[in-house]
Design a protein around this ligand. Structure first.
Ligand code: PNS
Length: 173
């Protein structure tokens, strides 16, 4: 039987830390479904469509992965997609309590789905989408922390917010 895992998250935006977990996950699972779900606690920068597009383009070099989004419970989507595992990355101890709570709630909601945690590579331990967005917002160099398409998108978005040209600007208009 094909071993399928859902790798869920906000992915606002996808970072090299996420790609590191995907690479490690593919050593264990036959297929990963990278799924954008709603985290009501988060204030988002990008729309679902933009996040899917960034994910898809960042994953161009990977096989056996797909990007998706789902509006609802993670365990329901896992069941729908025939996935028996949820993959999550763990950075430092600070991640533990939140991850533990979420894994136990998901287990309570569906006992057939197991959560698997993988340790992120040491070089990504301090990064997160939120802190990268903050650095990018104030002009920090985030080149080594995100895929090039994400860097470009963040630069466009913050340049735009700071009152620069719009992403879709047309010099001839
Ligand atoms: O990257 P994040 O924001 O830490 O990911 C959290 C996410 C989106 C995986 C989580 O909020 C989620 O699973 N949302 C969907 C609703 C759900 O099933 N919640 C878990 C049980 S209450």
């Amino acid at each position: 039987m094909e071993k399928i895992a859902i790798y869920p998250g906000s992915f606002d935006p996808v970072t090299n830390g996420h790609l590191d977990i995907i690479e490690r996950g593919l050593k264990i699972f036959d297929r990963l479904i990278i799924t954008i779900l709603e985290n009501p606690a988060k204030k988002l920068l990008f729309s679902v469509d933009e996040r899917i597009d960034l994910l898809t383009r960042s994953l161009a070099g990977f096989s056996n992965v797909e990007s998706a989004s789902y509006d609802g419970l993670l365990v329901d989507y896992a069941k729908q997609r025939n996935a028996h595992a949820i993959l999550r990355g763990m950075r430092a101890v600070s991640d533990f309590e939140y991850e533990f709570q979420m894994a136990l709630m998901n287990r309570r909601l569906n006992r057939e789905v197991q959560t698997v945690f993988l340790m992120t590579g040491l070089r990504w331990i301090f990064t997160s989408s939120s802190i990268i967005k903050e650095a990018a917002k104030f002009g920090g160099n985030i080149e080594s922390m995100v895929p090039p398409v994400v860097q470009e998108k963040l630069e466009q978005r913050f340049h735009c917010l700071l009152g620069g040209d719009s992403e879709d600007s047309d010099e001839t208009v």
